[in-house]
Design a protein around this ligand. Structure first.
Ligand code: HEM
Length: 140
């Protein structure tokens, strides 16, 4: 398991306080960026970047990530039911978690150019990797 140091955890939690209230915009932007969306979301009426369902889903994903920040000491436990959902019900290829993590990093860095220092970049990257790993738990 990727280990987040106490320092990493503090950096993630401090940075995430700035994200609060902007989850919908950030999530919408991150899931709008081209990735394997079409494969899994073909049942949606409008898949275009920024469409209502994309915006709503962006907010849902970000709410889950924000929740994970508050449970940073037990990410596997916190994300177990979501891992089950993605593995067994949605059958999402876990490789996509990495793509979404990267998209989120890009959006966070451009949304908060001054706060996204190299130190923050490393801590958030480690955190999102740990989230992706926790979401992959039920695939094994
Ligand atoms: C940080 C990574 C992710 C988090 C935290 C996350 C979180 C969530 C949450 C909270 C839901 C709603 C669950 C519910 O309705 O009970 C959801 C649904 C879903 N997720 Fe994820 N997800 C992530 C990554 C992905 C990726 C990478 C894909 C596929 C490329 C994906 C595909 C889906 C699909 C297809 C649904 C159902 C959407 C619908 O039809 O309404 N997720 N996810």
């Amino acid at each position: 398991m990727t280990s987040l140091s106490e320092k990493d955890k503090n950096i993630v939690q401090t940075f995430w306080a700035k994200v609060a209230g902007r989850e919908e915009d950030i999530g919408c932007d991150a899931v709008s960026r081209p990735f394997a969306t079409k494969t899994y979301f073909s049942h949606w009426k409008d898949l275009s970047p920024g469409s209502d369902p994309v915006r709503k889903h962006g907010a849902t994903v970000m709410a889950a990530v924000t929740d994970a920040v508050s449970k940073i000491d037990d990410l596997i436990g916190a994300l177990l039911s979501l891992s089950e959902l993605h593995a067994f019900t949605l059958r999402v290829d876990p490789a996509n978690f990495k793509v979404l993590s990267h998209n989120l990093l890009v959006v966070l860095s451009t949304t908060f150019p001054n706060d996204f220092t190299p130190e923050v970049h490393v801590a958030i990257d480690k955190f999102l990797t740990a989230v992706a790993l926790a979401l992959s738990e039920k695939y094994r």
